[in-house]
Ligand binder design. Sequence first.
Ligand SMILES: [Zn+2]
Length: 271
Amino acid sequence: MKSFQIATFFRKNSSFWLLKSLQSVSKKRIGTIVFLLLLALFYVNSPISKVWNDSLVETTIAMDGYGEQLESNLNSTANDTVILKKERVQLLRNIEEKLVAYLYQIPDYSYIAALETYLEYAPMILEQIPSTVPLEKGDYWLSSEYGVRKHPIFRKRKKHFGIDLAATSDRYVYASASGTVLSITHSQKGYGTHIIIKHRFGFETLYGHLNKVLVSEGQTVAQHELIATVGTTGSSTGFHLHYEVVKNGIKIDPIYSLNLKRKIYKNLFRK
Ligand SMILES: [Zn+2]
């Protein structure tokens, strides 16, 4: 074969294979791919993500400023300790105010990661945010994550809106943040016996498949307060706690929250 013939052969052949592979992808698949590409494009350019990024930048710039002032206040050699203390209290209050406003608006935990440094200035806020494991250390293991999975009973692919923490019968269940018991429901199906607690900043938590309920509706609870025991009520194949976190009405992935409080306090004590 002469060189130009080889080139034509390959050109022909490659377009042939390209055509062939495109034919093997069904029309439905192409539709899905195009849809996903458009969705990704929309997200990158979306005004929503832009507003969020701008708002986060603004918040962190403001808090950085307060943080710097706080640093120089702490290192100050001035004699007037009363004025210094007053200024310190005010700066901490400013940081907390910014944090509070931001925490009300954020859609999920991914936005908290950028604020970890500032949470160290106001760690008490973490008592009001679902930021702990609702079971005792060593009492559980993560048996199912948040996201799409094959349902253990219905055998269909279904989104799992929470996480499953497998534990033995009657292990203690604790509130993952302070709040008010919004509802207690007993059902043969779904979540079985379950509790919903309302927290600050638009957070809610749900504890499902419970055995005993140890709180009542309307009761205020503290973070780590005993609220129930692990069961297998409702659509459940074994003893476990189904745990959900809702933020501004949307069920979000709680995985980041499990270690949040521990992480912030660990960093604090390291300093
Ligand atoms: Zn579950």
